[in-house]
Design a protein around this ligand. Structure first.
Ligand code: ACO
Length: 402
């Protein structure tokens, strides 16, 4: 209902870029993406090489400190994370206040926000020692918080961290062990989940990372900024997509597995019907992470005998979409989330935990980007402009005259 070019003409030097399609809000040396070529690199290292050879803790170090660690640096970093895994006992009480059917994402963001109240000695963004401690605390405590959110939802007692275990093993144990039954670690599955965390660890200025930066640009502390990022990730167009993909596949299956008619509904743009797990703002080619996830889905589902019908459905859906003009013209390819849900489900995670797993993976990226922003002397508080489209000046009307 308004003429953008007229508005621009009257506002002067303001660029209108809804959704920041072309506007860079910062410079960054953390992650490189070439969306047309399907390339993703962390600090210059190709994602496929990191997925094949590195670990999540090593990649966290790489993202945050800019270089691959030496063996000694990695051992020290790993040890420091293990040291901080426990939650304050009073923070544990916090989980009891939520309804049992609460979605674990807002539980996660609330608990992370609450870290600001429990760890007041590490909130100053300009004190390097405090930034280091809050970095370690977050990396160490988020898996514990995530596992507690899960335990709360299934009504089981919390399992304390066991610091003889690495980050991913510890998280799996805290999630799936009970006081009655230990959790048997399967090294292949630990490796697969660790690798999925690596694939999610950073993705430059996506919605949640931009949120972390925007909130942090007001000099809000790291816990507050990351809590905001978790809420941004919760949305179904972002991290919530991995949950939506599985819901979509299950509903297609329930309705008899008719892929062609589902794709027709997508193409007709029926309200609320999208091919979830497809499309990306930056990738106009196959998401390099999706290719790796697809292979992992094959091997994990082979091993665990997960729902192979859903995997078949996903494969057929991909095949149909990749040969259909609607998707070809719009350069819509599977993104990282298209196959992850199937793996998480086979590992035993309920659908509601999928986005929590994304948050665990994305954490080092949020921290690295927040630290880069705080250390950058060019940083200013984020404050977008607008083009005003409301009423021009009008006199106040008394209530009895309306
Ligand atoms: N299914 C059907 N059509 C789609 C889809 C999709 N998944 N994605 C985009 N389109 C269509 C749009 O309707 C639009 O069509 P039009 O030109 O006829 O109007 C065109 O493709 C361009 O799409 P935009 O919405 O303008 O692209 P944008 O960059 O704004 O959105 C997004 C990117 C949000 C990822 C979108 O592709 C989407 O909603 N995908 C499904 C949700 C999803 O999988 N999100 C995960 C993203 S990755 C991540 O966070 C890990």
């Amino acid at each position: 209902g308004y003429d953008v070019s007229k508005l621009l003409a009257t506002t002067g030097k303001v660029a209108l870029d809804i959704g920041f399609v072309n506007t860079a809000a910062c410079t960054s040396a953390v992650t490189y993406i070439d969306g047309d070529a399907g390339i993703l690199r962390y600090r210059g290292y190709p994602i496929d090489q990191l997925a094949a050879s590195s670990s999540f803790v090593e990649v966290s170090y790489l993202l945050i400190y800019g270089e691959l660690p030496t063996a000694q640096q990695l051992a020290e970093f790993d040890q420091s994370i293990r040291y901080h895994t426990l939650l304050h006992e009073d923070l544990k009480q916090f989980f009891k206040g939520f309804p049992r059917d609460a979605h674990p994402m807002p539980v996660l963001s609330s608990a992370v926000s609450a870290l600001s109240t429990f760890y007041q000695d590490s909130l100053d963004p300009f004190d390097q020692r405090q930034v280091e401690i809050s970095t370690l605390r977050l990396l160490a405590k988020l898996p514990t918080i995530a596992a507690y959110a899960y335990k709360k939802s299934v009504g089981q007692p919390f399992i304390y961290p066991d610091n003889s275990l690495g980050l991913t093993e510890n998280f799996l144990r805290m999630t799936f062990a009970t006081p009655a039954e230990p959790y048997e670690q399967d090294p292949e599955l630990v490796k697969a989940l660790d690798m999925l965390f690596v694939l999610h660890a950073d993705h430059e200025q996506n919605c949640s990372t931009s949120t972390v930066r925007l909130v942090g640009s007001s000099h809000a502390n790291l816990f507050a900024s990351v809590s905001a990022g978790i809420n941004a990730l919760f949305g179904p167009l972002h991290g919530g997509a991995n949950q939506s993909v599985l819901t979509m596949l299950e509903s297609i299956q329930r309705e008899g597995g008719d892929i062609a008619s589902f794709v027709e509904r997508v193409k007709n743009k029926e309200p609320g019907v999208k091919l979830m797990g497809f499309g990306h703002r930056v990738y106009k080619n196959y998401d390099p992470r999706a290719a790796i996830v697809k292979q992992t889905a094959d091997s994990v589902l082979d091993k665990l005998g997960g729902n192979s019908e859903l995997l078949d459905l996903a494969r057929q859906l991909e095949e149909v979409a990749l040969t259909d003009d609607y998707f070809i013209q719009r350069k819509l390819y599977p993104n990282v989330d298209f196959y992850t849900g199937l793996i998480y489900r086979a590992m035993g995670f309920p659908t509601r935990m999928f986005t929590v797993l994304f948050a665990l993976g994305r954490l080092p990226g949020w921290i690295a980007q927040w630290r880069e922003m705080i250390a950058d002397p060019q940083t200013k508080i984020g404050r977008p402009r607008q083009l005003y489209t409301g009423a021009t000046e009008r006199p106040y009307v008394a209530i009895d005259a309306r």
